[in-house]
Design a binder for this molecule. Structure first.
Ligand SMILES: Cc1cc2nc3c(=O)[nH]c(=O)nc-3n(C[C@H](O)[C@H](O)[C@H](O)COP(=O)(O)OP(=O)(O)OC[C@H]3O[C@@H](n4cnc5c(N)ncnc54)[C@H](O)[C@@H]3O)c2cc1C
Length: 451
């Protein structure tokens, strides 16, 4: 079924944006309040998620609603932007249509693909059941459930070997996500839960961070990476580098001839693009990201742009990073180039304004690197707090996060220590409570309600 947008007036162009993450939201804002175009922003979720703080939801420091805002609410005031909940399955570049989950099609004059990426399990998708990644709110609350449940189960476990396994946490991948998650779990064990149990000593928990490469945080300078490794050690995290994971099952991990008994394995290694990129029939990189040109459009398809994590863009021989800043800047820039094209003006070449990167390692420690500054320790951590607080969308989120951080950092308490999505019977975790999945919403463009 082909859908026509009832808001589209004669002479107006239709821009479709797929994905309401950093790239999609900033692209749409750049196109707001214009008479010459209608924007349809489609996302499979109804909220914009601040992924950099997901690990704090996973470690019970923040609530899911602290780091997510309804996408529809961001665009309340912009009449030329419609928000639609639904998943886009395919793009037909020749016909200039996108296809939704129920087969319905919508045409575009310009398309911005900003769908981000998901975890890649290096061709072993079954590992996902045993080692959830950290990309969505569902995964963050599942990791939180597994961490908190492990301590509860260990408290009731009479067998010392099983108790040890329950108190062992394994994180695969020592990039920023793995480092932040490992540091947060170590802090939960040694500071937050330390006085709350009677049969176990939470502070004796083992937190292992496994990395295939030669060091943690390979995207940072070597001295910062060394500092991060030291900070992790001080927190009680055991970093093992040069370690390749060969298999994962419900009871642990195998690396070469070593088996680590632990039902608590978390995945922070490798990403791949959404299936949508394969439907395009254009050049993709090894992770399935779409190769784009200097104006951010797909070569040979000047009406289709790609923003953020889904884009493979090389500038001066360097592949651009999967960072929020890159997504924000490419989202805005793609929208600006659409405006140039509509005015029949030449497009511009994208230049990345590298604002640097940071990673936090528990309370009061972080590493920060920009073109001209390298920092670690307390002031880097303060900078991390400030940047993340200011970058959150919405005043309410900024205030609640500030309050939760005060509670968490001053009193070493966690405001969101809840085990949800599961049932317990006599101290036994029966696993997640099955919840029926909602049917995917078909794409549609409803006429605006009369005022
Ligand atoms: C745990 C974690 C920590 C991070 N920390 C940092 C950090 O400290 N600093 C930093 O700069 N970056 C960080 N990043 C990276 C940063 O979050 C990403 O680079 C950024 O989110 C990319 O933005 P995006 O718009 O490309 O994609 P996303 O933010 O992933 O948004 C993509 C959107 O598209 C939607 N979508 C996907 N497929 C479809 C489809 N087929 N149909 C409809 N909708 C779809 C998704 O629901 C999502 O809302 C972190 C990432 C993670 C996971």
């Amino acid at each position: 079924m082909r859908i026509t947008n009832p808001h589209l007036k004669p002479g107006q162009k239709q821009v479709i944006i797929v994905g309401g993450g950093f790239g999609g939201v900033h692209a749409a804002k750049e196109l707001a309040n214009r008479d010459d175009l209608q924007v349809v922003l489609i996302d499979q979720r109804n909220y914009h998620l601040f992924q950099p703080l997901l690990y704090q939801v996973a470690s019970a420091a923040l609530n899911p609603s602290d780091i997510a805002v309804p996408i529809r609410g961001i665009f309340t005031k912009f009449q030329n932007i419609s928000v639609h909940l639904g998943r886009v399955e395919k793009v037909n570049l020749k016909e200039r249509t996108i296809t939704g989950g129920s087969g319905e099609q919508l045409s575009y004059d310009y398309l911005i693909l900003a769908c981000g990426v998901r975890h890649s399990y290096f061709g072993k998708p079954a590992w996902e059941n045993f080692a959830p990644g950290l990309k969505t709110l569902e995964q963050a609350t599942e990791i939180r459930r597994r961490i908190l449940s492990a301590f509860e189960l260990a408290e009731n476990e009479p067998d010392p070997a099983k108790q040890k396994a329950l108190l062992t946490f394994v994180i695969v991948g020592a990039g920023p996500t793995g480092v932040e998650l490992a540091g947060a779990i170590a802090e939960i064990a040694t500071k937050v839960l330390v006085d709350d149990f009677r049969n176990i000593k939470p502070e004796t928990a083992t937190v292992l961070l496994l990395e295939m490469g030669p060091r943690a945080l390979t995207m940072f300078a070597e001295d910062l990476s060394r500092q991060a490794a030291k900070d992790l050690k001080d927190l009680g995290v055991e970093l093992r580098t040069g370690v390749k994971v060969d298999s994962i099952d419900e009871k642990g991990v195998v690396c070469g001839d070593t088996r680590i008994e632990s039902p608590n394995v978390f995945w922070a290694a490798g990403v791949e693009a959404d299936e949508i990129s394969k439907s395009l029939g254009v050049e993709l990189d090894r992770a399935g990201r779409i190769v784009i040109g200097p104006d951010l459009s797909i070569p040979g398809h000047p009406e289709v742009f790609v923003s953020g994590d889904l884009a493979h863009l090389e500038i001066d021989g360097k592949v651009m990073p999967g960072l929020a800043q890159f997504a924000i800047q490419t989202g805005k820039f793609a929208a600006k180039n659409i405006k140039f094209s509509m005015k029949s003006q030449p497009r511009k070449t994208f230049k990345y304004n590298d604002k640097g990167q940071m990673a936090t390692i528990g309370k009061r420690k972080a590493v920060l690197q920009t073109k001209s500054i390298k920092m670690h320790g307390y002031f880097a951590w303060l900078a991390w707090l400030l940047v993340h607080l200011l970058s959150l969308v919405g005043f309410r989120n900024k205030m609640t996060v500030l309050t939760e951080w005060f509670w968490s950092y001053v009193f070493s308490k966690r405001g969101a220590r809840l085990i949800t999505q599961k049932e317990w019977r006599f101290g036994k975790d029966l696993g997640p409570t099955p919840t029926p999945l909602a049917a995917p919403a078909p794409l549609s463009v409803q006429p605006a309600a009369k005022a």
